[in-house]
Design a protein around this ligand. Structure first.
Ligand code: SF4
Length: 420
């Protein structure tokens, strides 16, 4: 099987694995291939042909654009939103789609009747480097099924990274997966070459994980490597990494596959964000895969995934704590309102925040005010007092959303809002 056929086989199931491309919007609002809507130019088309990834410049309809886009989709190239907001085409693939584990939700689980593909490390590095040189992909997210144990598989992933960095002098973006069972030294080596590493917890605690992936060991195999990554960042100099910076760390949860509550997921997320400085937790609403033990389990409401993203951003960027979350008695977030608005309705309706005096922490509690908006308000106040909702609107605040929860020079702007 040639490299292109292998990439296509793996790509068929890779949309189930969130990476940098995922926007925090309910998956029901995205088509399965919405993340793969790559823009491309005639120069890219020529590069694709030269790289041998696309055979001709046109399809049968004389429509070269659709031909290349479909080709990119089929190989696992997605238009990714990178940390910092930059967008770029990104190959998301696996070193092997064979796996000796049997996680209940996973399309790659052992024993499932599915055609597998395996790359050797130098083959994977070479094919990606060709795509990179041809302008088809500017970044790589590399995961793998487990074959021959987590340590052996991790060594192969690290080998791909080492070939790319040392042999091909690749200096682009690399997101490398850490395998369950990898050792501390392997995490350290992966961190030498990667811009981001990830270890998927899948569930918020050991008990819930046993319902999803009974052969994974929550603390020793999954949480411990996340702790090692932070210990390494804290205690060792970064000058031995390829670019002098330690990579960021992320994780993923399967949401709604194990009967877990939002409180359980967000308790673990808060710990990861505060104690281990994870850049981000990804949430993937459970969706049953045919021919797996959970194939008859109901799919999770994608709005739950969306609310969990919003709550996690409140921890990471807005200074909210777990106690601020509007859980009900069962530890569930409301689906019909975002958690920040729910908090504001309960806490700010009677005691609105004075926009001309509030500190940054309080400004961030106001719906419609994000980190940039809070900084803009503080900067604008140095130039003069803010007088009405138009002043807020001009500096990028969602004034109508903020209006019920603020005072401007001691006056509630809600009445003014009605005049708008
Ligand atoms: S170890 Fe990973 S690839 Fe293997 S079955 Fe579990 S989730 Fe799937």
């Amino acid at each position: 099987m040639d490299a292109e056929a292998k990439l296509a086989l793996v790509a068929d199931q890779m949309h189930l694995e969130p990476a940098e491309e995922v926007a925090p919007a309910p998956t029901s609002l995205r088509s399965p291939h919405a993340v793969a809507a790559c823009g491309h130019s005639p120069a890219e088309l020529r590069a694709a042909v030269e790289a041998g990834v696309v055979e001709t410049l046109t399809n049968g309809n004389g429509n070269p654009g659709r031909s290349l886009e479909a080709k990119k989709n089929s190989l696992g190239i997605y238009n990714a939103a990178m940390p910092g907001g930059k967008r770029m085409p990104f190959l998301k693939t696996m070193l092997t789609s064979a796996c000796e584990r049997d996680c209940y939700y996973c399309p790659f689980r052992a024993g499932r009747d599915y055609r597998r593909a395996t790359f050797k490390p130098d083959e994977m590095a070479t094919v990606f480097h060709q795509m990179f040189k041809g302008g088809l992909a500017q970044g790589l997210f590399l995961s793998s099924g487990i074959a021959g144990g987590g340590m052996r598989t991790q060594d192969k992933l690290i080998a791909v990274a080492e070939i790319l960095r040392r042999k091909f002098n690749y200096s682009g973006y690399l997101h490398l997966k850490i395998m369950p069972g990898a050792e501390r030294d392997q995490v350290w080596r992966a961190m030498q070459f990667a811009d981001r590493i990830s270890i998927n917890l899948e569930a918020p605690n050991a008990e819930r994980l046993s319902s999803l992936a009974p052969r994974k060991v929550f603390f020793e195999e999954l949480l411990r490597p996340l702790q090692w990554a932070e210990e390494i960042r804290q205690t060792q100099p970064a000058h031995r990494t390829y670019n002098g910076r330690w990579p960021s760390t992320v994780t993923q949860f399967v949401v709604g596959g194990a009967g877990e509550s939002d409180l359980e997921i967000l308790s673990t997320t808060a710990y990861l964000t505060r104690q281990l400085r994870l850049a981000r937790s990804y949430f993937s609403a459970f969706s049953p895969v045919p021919d797996t033990p959970l194939e008859n389990h109901a799919p999770e409401n994608p709005w739950r995934e969306h609310r969990l993203y919003q709550a996690s951003f409140l921890f990471r960027d807005y200074g909210f704590d777990l106690e601020d979350m509007p859980f009900d008695a069962k530890g569930t977030l409301p689906l019909d309102v975002d958690p920040k608005l729910a908090w504001a309705r309960a806490n700010l309706a009677e005691t609105p925040i004075e926009i001309n005096r509030a500190d940054r922490r309080d400004l961030l509690r106001v719906p419609g005010v994000g980190p940039k908006g809070a900084d803009s308000i503080i900067a604008a106040r140095r130039r003069g007092r803010l007088r009405d909702l138009r002043d807020l609107q001009k500096i990028g605040v969602l004034a109508a959303r903020a209006a019920p929860f603020i005072l401007i020079d001691g006056r509630q702007p809600v009445r003014q809002l009605a005049l708008w």
